[in-house]
Design a protein around this ligand. Structure first.
Ligand code: DAH
Length: 347
């Protein structure tokens, strides 16, 4: 091997080792200039090629090319490595502010439901629960609904297995149409006195529109003891309405009919928007309906094995969506269930 070749290989060794230690662009340029820049050691050796005897030239030229290529490749590889390192570092830039995960909140229907439950609990009611799928007996029969009551129609209810079952059979099951079934379940399993509320979901085969959905929520109330009167009912609902809608809210009863109460009433609260003077929300009447109520029908007590001579009670059922619409001034019930985050974020 010629001396020039030895020098070339020595430069190659030195360059390859040094290239591995490069860690930034500045030193990259400096090392590059040192070995392959115009005044670098490799061009210096190349210029000596002219002094090599002709018979040795091919071998030395070959070595020279190999060394040049090896050093160039080492620089290219190192440049790639540094680029990749930089990208990795950027991908995990610890100085960037963190991304905040979107955190949701309770749905307006449940905000109102929770508020209503809290108010009744302060009055001494405890929360009772029942399944969404119940029997015809709990949902209709025990609640004294006559066999020909229109609400029993399969066109109005979600019955199960009607190909095999009769919708009038007490054992047929359906998605409950009201939370009043929990009155029955509770009285069947407990002795009086009873003071419960039952917040829950109900289902009816209604075509959805601005005030109807095929699924909605109610809060049911039942109070059974000795000498319970309509005045007690009015006191409880008035107290609830004041807590829910404001101090000045009043309650009025209008006569109505429900199979499970006698007498039955529809309860209105004085309009919380206009204070009773009449406005668009209350359609000029000054009053807004909040639910049905009444004195428990003795026939219901008989159905659950209570003595109607010994106890009396009141019951009520309030529509939660309705309360939410009043409380938040929502004019279309469907907005509550479209799941448009822009709408839901407002509450
Ligand atoms: N269950 C009735 C309905 O869904 C509401 C109702 C009215 C419940 C009177 C009651 C009540 O407990 O006494 O329309």
């Amino acid at each position: 091997m010629t001396e020039l070749e030895q020098q070339l290989l020595a430069v190659q060794d030195q360059a390859l080792a040094e290239i591995q230690t490069i860690n930034d662009e500045q030193s990259f340029e400096a090392v590059r200039a040192k070995y392959i820049g115009r005044k670098g050691s490799l061009p210096a050796l190349m210029s000596k090629l002219g002094t090599v005897p002709p018979e040795e030239k091919p071998a030395v030229g070959k070595t020279l090319n190999a060394v040049k290529n090896a050093i160039q490749k080492a620089f290219d590889d190192r440049a790639d490595q540094l680029k990749q390192k930089k990208e990795e570092k950027n991908a995990l830039d610890l100085s960037l502010p963190g991304r905040k995960p979107e955190i949701g909140h309770k749905h307006p229907v449940f905000l109102v439901m929770d508020a209503a439950v809290a108010i009744f609990r302060r009055m001494g009611f405890i929360v009772a629960d029942g399944p969404d799928i119940d029997t015809v007996w709990d949902n209709f029969d025990a609640l004294n609904a006559p066999m020909d009551h229109p609400s029993r129609s399969p066109e109005d209810q979600f019955y199960f297995n009607l190909d095999k079952c009769d919708y009038l059979d007490k054992n047929t099951i359906l998605l409950r149409s009201q939370t009043s079934d929990v009155q029955i379940r509770t009285m069947m399993s407990q002795k009086p006195p009873i003071r419960i509320i039952c917040p829950g979901r109900c289902y009816r085969r209604d075509t959805p529109d601005a005030t109807h959905g095929m699924s909605f929520h109610q809060i049911e109330g039942l109070y059974v003891d000795e000498h319970v009167s309509l005045a007690d009912l009015k006191g409880v609902l008035a107290s609830f309405a004041r807590d829910m809608f404001g101090d000045k809210t009043k309650i009025r009863f209008r006569p109505h009919h429900f199979p499970f109460t006698e007498p039955s009433v529809e309860a209105d609260a004085s309009c919380m928007v206009c204070g009773g003077a009449g406005c668009r929300v209350c359609k000029g009447s000054g009053w807004i309906e909040i639910g049905g109520a009444g004195i428990v029908n003795p026939a219901v007590f008989q159905n659950v094995g209570y003595d109607p001579e010994a106890v009396s009670g009141f019951a009520f059922g309030l529509g939660i969506e309705r309360l939410a619409m009043i409380r938040y001034g929502i004019n279309d019930l469907r907005l509550l269930y479209d799941n448009d985050v822009r709408f839901l974020q407002q509450f």
